[in-house]
Design a protein around this ligand. Sequence first.
Ligand code: FAD
Ligand code: NAD
Length: 466
Amino acid sequence: MNSYDVAIIGSGPGGYVAAIRCAQLGMKTAIIEKYSVLGGTCLNVGCIPSKALLDSSHHYEDAVKHFEEHGIEIPGEVKVNLEKMIARKQLVVDQTTGGIDFLMKKNKIDVYQGVGSFKDATHLVIKGDKEEEIEAKHTIIATGSKPSTLPFINIDKERVITSTEALKLKEVPKHLIIIGGGVIGLELGQVYKRLGAEVSVVEYMDRIIPTMDAGLSKELNKVLKKAKFKMNVSHKVKSVERVGDEVIVKADDKKGNEVVFKGDYCLVSVGRRPYTDGLNAEAAGVVLNDRGQVEVNEHLQTSASNIYAIGDVIKGAMLAHKAEEEGVFVAETIAGQKPHIDYNLIPGVVYTWPEVAAVGQTEEALKEAGVAYKVGQFPMRALGRARASMDIDGFVKVLADKNTDEILGVHMIGARAADMIAEAVVAMEYRASAEDVSRMSHAHPTFTEAIKEAALAATGDRALHV
Ligand code: FAD
Ligand code: NAD
């Protein structure tokens, strides 16, 4: 029987990064993945393919709607070849997952293909083409998550679909009904809206992206409505029925009136659930909580002291970069180091256009905690860079402590916000004040000037260009 210092179950961004860090620290490492392709949700049916389709559909929209005003004329009609678009997305996925195979080999990590389950706290059974058993001093559970649904919905994967199917549709829907106005619903909704679908979002809460700062929800809602998204917030879905090629969704609005939506596809994007099916966690003494997450302490250690868990399968944001940080954290903990993660500084991004990005506390959270804060906000449309590219929607908002001026949160919506948020993370990691950021030189013309201006505004109404 092969014996390892560390075995990792699951090869998503949590698992494969943990494996690399364990190997770097000199531990004999194995990774177990039930699918034949490494990379987990993120690389195969999550972050990477969704961004590939967002990019392709963005090019199409630019060609149809914006090239002309830039003085670019296309003789004839611009057409979508969805099959080719999906094939390019798959090529990007294949290249990216192939890169993980390379990294496993480079770091001398043994890869097992099959479903991993606990025999006991130090032995794992792997059921693939054949059944194997390995011994592991330490195990890291990185089994991720799967789409969740509502009890009365039958996901048939043809017309009533999750994000996984939405990434490989064979036709552009005529009318896509999206249940859940969160990250997946809006990103994939934008893909198909750009490609010509009518899109109706049905959201239970009173605003889209309800966990983010309300100012961001409001601005994104405005932009998407301008793009003819049909937004239905404060709607409680009560049935989803498929009749032939039609899907009928019934919901009650805020006043209790029934609203009926008829479309040809329905995307269910109401969140994801931790995935532990087939793991036999109890055999190792690993306890799950009432939300089905693997319960962990502050060292990400489960109730079995030699077993750790990371990523979507534990509490916290379901984000690839959070899973990666936790992978490194656990590898270093097992190696006897004392790593640290500041969960407050894990940024959240929605890759619509304009992009939405945030780090730290929202205004709502600061109000609730009774923290005295000040706000500096700067509109993208006041930037020369934004006017040059005609990306004028959005703003940057800096929240700073009223007494100390320390930055407590940065919330932005606009072109390239996904990349710009890194500046806010760095500033907050070093506990910068709004004045610190306002006195740093930002290249002109760039979108990042909006961060400096918002920091100036927070420092005492000192923004220069409004
Ligand atoms: P996963 O990536 O889910 O990987 C878990 C792996 O474990 C899977 O490969 C699974 O097959 C394997 N596994 C499970 N059980 C077993 C077992 N018993 N034996 C062997 N193998 C097993 N996050 C971002 O940060 N940015 C984004 O832009 C983004 N976009 C997304 C878009 C979509 C459409 C979706 C669905 C998700 C997106 N996410 C994004 C979320 C991101 O994909 C997850 O947070 C991330 O993949 C979690 O990583 P993980 O390693 O915890 O688990
Ligand atoms: P989400 O939590 O972002 O959004 C779910 C939405 O569904 C919420 O707005 C919620 O209020 C709504 N909802 C819940 N129950 C409902 C009901 N009964 N009727 C109507 N609406 C309902 O979840 P998601 O969009 O499914 O994404 C799943 C996870 O994947 C998220 O945790 C997210 O972090 C991750 N993800 C991240 C990215 C990114 O980082 N860009 C992209 C995609 C997915």
